[in-house]
Design a protein around this ligand. Structure first.
Ligand code: TXA
Ligand code: MG
Length: 356
């Protein structure tokens, strides 16, 4: 359904307040205010090292419900709980973390890694969408950490975009999607990583990557002694197949225009050819290829897959601002951080890929 508000939409009444914060030396006052909003059961958008989060008190069922409403998020897609200290983990999970989990925490927390554990009764079912497991992350961003500390509760936070849209990497992106739906946005500038955290399931034998991110499968293997990549990472789910992570089944990260991804050695030529036949087209290209498109409309994705990780969502949102109807995007090898980039790009393209 498009257009007018659905039954679960929050009425858009007034503008959200945006407060700028120096992320390297965050002043206490705005974070204190944001923490008070969270403690009172309200929503606050805040920066993390990956993307902006839409936070609520993760132990308050009513507050968590507001996240689903503000995002227009399907109720069966569970949330990540964010903690600031290791001591905050035990009350949220059942039993002890296994050896792999402990090794991953030592190597990558705080940082862009989310781990799935069996959940304790303290975690509301609404936060985990009824699953017996809970996703937990300890972010490294100073504003996120201070906000969790001052709120005195784990913060449930999905990416602060309307459901289905590219994740926000600036406060302006958050405002674009959430203006009037939430009272407060903490603006800490551009997010460093630019893609959401790696999600790893630790409830089975071998750590399993459900969503690739800046922490790579190889890094997980080297810290935890093993890792598997869920097949749904680079492939659409087949009809009736149950996803290991509910987030896998939804169309994601999509701008208004139609995204097509081009793989293989003939990508530049094929993109140029299609561009010339299309109206209102935009090309997303690696920096070294930009000159090859001549005077066509091109946005650079940067030099390599790491640069592309931090520019992809920004470029997809820019495509909307430019009112592009066709977005032709180059691919990178699906290895290392490139796996995360391709996971997001293929979903933005609804698996519309051309091999050249
Ligand atoms: O970087 C990030 O992770 C950002 C920042 C704000 O921390 N958050 C984020 O949240 O990306 P969200 O809600 O957009 O994505 C959470 C992902 C979804 O794909 C969801 O299905 C999966 O984690 N997930 C959450 N709980 C899960 C669980 N118990 N089992 C399997 N997957 C889970
Ligand atoms: Mg998201």
């Amino acid at each position: 359904m498009r257009g007018g508000p659905g039954p679960h939409d929050v009425p858009v009444t007034r503008r959200s307040e945006v407060v700028q914060i120096d992320p390297t030396d965050p002043p206490p006052e705005p974070i204190r205010r944001a923490a008070a909003v969270l403690r009172a059961g309200g929503l606050v958008a805040f920066p993390t090292e990956t993307v902006y989060g839409l936070g609520a008190d993760g132990l308050n069922e009513g507050a968590v419900e507001k996240i689903f409403q503000a995002k227009g998020r399907p109720g069966d897609n569970p949330l990540i709980l964010h903690i600031a200290e290791l001591s905050e983990l035990a009350p949220l999970i059942l039993g002890e973390p296994n050896a792999a989990a402990k090794a991953l925490m030592a190597a990558h927390w705080p940082g862009p890694l989310t781990m799935i554990f069996p959940k304790s009764a303290l975690v509301p079912d609404r936060a985990t969408a009824g699953l017996p497991t809970v996703a937990i992350r300890m972010p490294s961003h100073p504003v996120a950490r201070e906000l969790i500390r001052l709120a005195g509760t784990p913060i449930a936070a999905p990416s602060a975009n309307r459901s289905g849209r590219p994740s926000p990497t600036t406060a302006a992106d958050v405002l674009e999607d959430m203006d009037g739906r939430i009272p407060l946005i903490l603006d800490g500038g551009q997010c460093e990583v630019g893609l959401e955290s790696t999600v790893v399931d630790l409830t089975g034998g071998v750590p399993r990557v459900l969503r690739p991110g800046f922490v790579t499968a190889a890094e997980i293997k080297s810290a935890a002694g093993g890792s598997e990549i869920d097949p749904a990472v680079l492939a659409p789910l087949s009809e009736g197949e149950a996803p290991r992570s509910p987030g896998m089944k939804y169309r994601h990260y999509a701008p208004m225009g139609e995204v097509t991804a081009f793989r293989g050695p003939g990508a530049v030529g094929e993109i140029a050819r299609r561009y010339d036949q299309a109206d209102n087209a935009l090309i997303l290209a690696l920096e070294e290829n930009v000159p090859r498109y001549g005077n066509r409309c091109v946005l650079s994705l940067g030099r390599d897959e790491s640069a592309m990780a931090s520019t992809l969502f920004r470029a997809l949102r820019e495509a909307d601002r430019l009112k592009a109807e066709h977005i032709f995007c180059e691919c990178v090898e699906p290895e290392g951080v490139g796996l995360a980039v391709m996971n997001r790009l293929l979903r933005a393209a609804a698996f519309n890929v051309i091999d050249t």
